[in-house]
Design a protein around this ligand. Structure first.
Ligand code: HEM
Length: 567
């Protein structure tokens, strides 16, 4: 020990478990006891307070080793608090949750990943196979954790009803945060009062009278699809999914943003590919709790890639919004959302009109436009594709759809109207059965803002709830022989026998899909155009089709159909 220590003498008050000792010792003593001190410190020391200090001569008190000692002590205490407090809180939370719903069957638990290890470790291709098997293994209600987040998994109509009909539990689950850099607080990912206000303002854009004006867009674009189909007649099987994606992108761009992109004739792939690429990484993020922090994610390779893709999407959208704004300024008087107005308003026009009353900022307009491009694009493409797959495998059903179409159009290839759509009752049942069998959005999630009671269990506020629409639609109690494609399940007398929440491909309750009428009209129009001209066969058996989970279910290898002219 060096001689300088003789000049330093301090008085310390040491508090251990509420007992206090006053002690005086010189620095060399403190120094020699340093290791012992550290041991006490880590184990039990609550505080170490310097009451008096004498610094004589060179002042060892200000010397580096002494300062280090104090700084280290403070750091260790801080670190202990930082590490222990959340662990303690999480321990108490776990105890509380155990008490509330501990009797619900649970998945196997792994450190850090929680119980979702199998899903988190599955690659993109295998993920859906893991996801779809879980309710079969654990039953209609089970629980688990993703990292520190507790999740209850539901699949029965009566359980889903408790969550879906609530006006309080409308907050989306944390997984939606991966979409926030793109969709912001738009209708799909937003919540709270912000969501309530936006939903109220946007609802009129989906009134039947507004949708009526989109019918010619649905028909014109379907006719363009037939121009491509015409070249495929007699050419064997081809993948119909990319064409359906082009069609729905064209349609949603025209109805939501008021622009004709001409993707059908001249597919420019940069924008749709940017959406696909962004989604691919966003989904990866949803399944990796380590990438949840936005700031850290932006520093990663994936984060930088996402930004690049977002830049492409945003510059495309911003250009369109700019042009549409100019158009709107010049035609303002024609834009009215009432029944008598003849002007076809794009969804964007409604948002621009909202800006006039200062309700929507530029960013909010952009977020809602992105939301509609996302919500309306892939979903209708999937619905068209999977319904064609069903019809190409069930030729008797296809024939009945064609008979209904013929009874309405009598061979005339005129545009489809809203009145025609109303008459297509059998086709509606076919589309519904296709949405049941090949549920497009298989899961939706919420974070509870208010406790609920399900099946006798109290699920407290803060718990995540993942509802499987896929398993809901496969419940044999509601849909006997669920694997069978049978549109008559949707005859009114059969619907009346089921639980009102047994069929919910568009979700249900206050946060249901705002675009469902849009989707039905668009899909009916496209199927009418195809089936009044062609007989369709499908190469794949539905049960053999592999799918990617990408919020919607994308066919891994496409869906191949062949066309034969009917007349
Ligand atoms: C067959 C086609 C469609 C299916 C199966 C479908 C399915 C769904 C589902 C399940 C939800 C609830 C999501 C959740 O709770 O997390 C939803 C919400 C939504 N969908 Fe659709 N959708 C379809 C078509 C469309 C179309 C064509 C549009 C737009 C034109 C659209 C726009 C939206 C929006 C904006 C929401 C959020 C509603 C809100 O929370 O207020 N969807 N959709």
């Amino acid at each position: 020990m060096d001689g300088m220590s003789l000049f330093v003498q301090n008085t310390y008050v040491i508090s251990v478990n509420d007992q206090k000792w006053r002690t005086t010792f010189n620095f060399s003593y403190l120094h020699s006891k340093r290791y012992k001190f550290k041991r006490i410190h880590v184990g039990r020391l609550v505080s170490l307070k310097c009451v008096t200090k004498y610094s004589v001569g060179r002042g060892y008190l200000n010397s580096a080793p002494f300062k280090m000692e104090l700084v280290l002590s403070v750091l260790v205490i801080l670190l202990s608090v930082i590490v222990c407090l959340p662990l303690f809180k999480s321990y108490r939370k776990n105890k509380f949750f155990e008490k509330c719903f501990g009797a619900i069957p649970t998945e196997k638990w792994y450190p850090i990943f929680g119980s979702a290890y199998r899903i988190l470790s599955a690659n993109h291709k295998d993920r859906w196979n893991v996801m779809k098997s879980r309710h079969k293994i654990y039953g209609p209600i089970f629980r688990g954790t993703i990292g520190p987040t507790h999740i209850v998994y539901l699949s029965k109509a009566e359980h889903l009803k408790v969550i879906l009909r609530s006006y309080t539990n409308i907050k989306k689950g944390r997984s939606y945060n991966a979409l926030k850099p793109w969709l912001g607080d738009g209708l799909i990912s937003g919540g709270g009062e912000h969501w309530k206000f936006h939903r109220k303002v946007i609802r009129p854009a989906f009134y039947v009278t507004v949708l009526d004006k989109y019918m010619d867009v649905f028909s014109n674009n379907s006719s363009e699809l037939l121009d491509i189909f015409e070249q495929k007649v007699g050419q064997g099987y081809f993948d119909v999914f990319p064409l359906m994606t082009q069609l729905s992108l064209e349609t949603i761009a025209e109805t939501a943003m008021g622009v004709k992109l001409n993707f059908m004739k001249n597919p420019k792939l940069e924008y749709p590919n940017a959406i696909l690429n962004y989604l691919y990484v966003a989904i990866k993020r949803m399944f990796n709790p380590l990438t949840r922090n936005e700031f850290l994610f932006k520093l990663t390779k994936d984060g930088k890639y996402c930004k690049q893709q977002l830049d492409i999407i945003n510059s495309f959208n911003r250009k369109i919004i700019r042009e549409r704004r100019e158009h709107y300024e010049n035609h303002k008087d024609e834009y009215r959302l009432d029944e008598n107005s003849k002007t076809k308003m794009a969804f964007l026009d409604l948002l621009l009109a909202c800006q006039e009353t200062n309700s929507f900022t530029d960013q909010e307009v952009e977020e809602e436009v992105n939301t509609f491009m996302f919500g309306g694009q892939d979903t209708t493409a999937f619905s068209n594709t999977y319904t064609l797959m069903a019809l190409g495998n069930n030729l008797d059903v296809q024939r009945k759809v064609q008979e209904e179409i013929d009874s309405i159009f009598h061979g005339d290839e005129r545009p489809v109207t809203s009145e025609d759509c109303k008459k297509m009752e059998y086709m509606e049942r076919v589309i519904k059965e296709s949405l049941r069998c090949y549920t497009i959005v298989p899961f939706i999630s919420r974070e509870l803002e208010e406790e609920v009671e399900i099946d006798g269990f109290i699920i407290p506020k803060g718990v995540g709830v993942l509802m499987s629409l896929y398993d809901l639609h496969q419940d044999p109690e509601q849909f006997p022989e669920p694997e069978k494609f049978d549109p008559d399940r949707f005859l009114p007398e059969n619907v009346a026998k089921r639980h009102p929440f047994a069929f919910a491909p568009f979700s249900a309750g206050p946060r249901n899909c705002i675009g469902q009428n849009f989707a039905f009209r668009s899909v009916k129009t496209t199927l009418t155009h195809i089936l009044r001209r062609y007989n369709v066969k499908c190469l794949e058996k539905p049960e053999e089709v592999e799918k990617y989970y990408e919020i919607g279910l994308r066919p891994v290898n496409g869906i191949h159909i062949s066309l034969e002219r009917r007349h």
